[in-house]
Design a protein around this ligand. Sequence first.
Ligand code: ADP
Ligand code: MG
Length: 285
Amino acid sequence: MRIGQIGEFGLIDLLKRSVPVFSDVVKGIGDDAAVLPYTKDKYLLFTTDMLIEGVHFIRKAPMPFIGHKALACNISDIAAMGGLPTYAVISIALPKQLKVSDVKGIYQGMGRLASKFGVSIVGGDTVKSDKLVINIALLGEVRKKDLALRSGAKAGDLIVVSGPLGGSLTSGRHLRFTPRLKEAQWLVKHVKPTAMMDISDGLAGDLNHILRASRVGAVLDRRAIPRHQGVSIKQALTDGEDFELLFTAPKTKEITIRKTKKFFIIGAITSNPSQLIHEQSFTHF
Ligand code: ADP
Ligand code: MG
């Protein structure tokens, strides 16, 4: 079988079965970041993301945005675990003809975001290649009681997103987004999401990750899904790279969530494993 047939997640499932994982690992492959032993009250978080020219950005994109995006997706994954980012290492593969000022530009964009979010850049690797590639590995930490996995959603929970979806690639928003760290921190303190992840591959697919990990189903009110201007419901469901938070929370938190006016309740969790029902008008709440 070829990679193209098995698909990204089929492949990851296959790899997952073949790698060694010792018993100290709290959560390995299968969430936004790995969860590892650390201190009495905290876990260490560890995540990595790779951006490739032609797939995640085009060479003509402003260099600072490319650096920004490379770090922002990693911060977004740490945020989605309920944690705070701490230290990053940066690996870059550079075409020979790329200008030095371009590389400086990448580091400017990355540096500005790192300063803003308290991330120290502490190392990396530099190699030559035909295409521009940036890979960042980021550490973070999370208070044990704040940890939000994909696997805790319960029947009756609300399904919530942190902002409008869709059209991220065509609008260029995928290069400029702010990781929802502040929002995630507020959520772990005041709402205690039962499950949380960031939306990188599109709402429908990513919600399925929560459903599978939590062994539950969902009913979605398609019309309640917040959308960017000019974006169809279908695009809001399937476009990737939004990097908004997707979380589930007990129904008792509904008023707290609604009061903020920052979050959008788009459905509810059901007890039918992995069943995703789309309703045009959802009247259960
Ligand atoms: P995200 O979109 O949150 O970055 P991904 O969809 O890239 O997450 O990955 C899903 C899970 O699979 C994560 O836990 C990630 O660490 C893991 N993963 C992805 N690629 C690999 C790989 N090549 N080897 C091992 N684990 C991987
Ligand atoms: Mg993620």
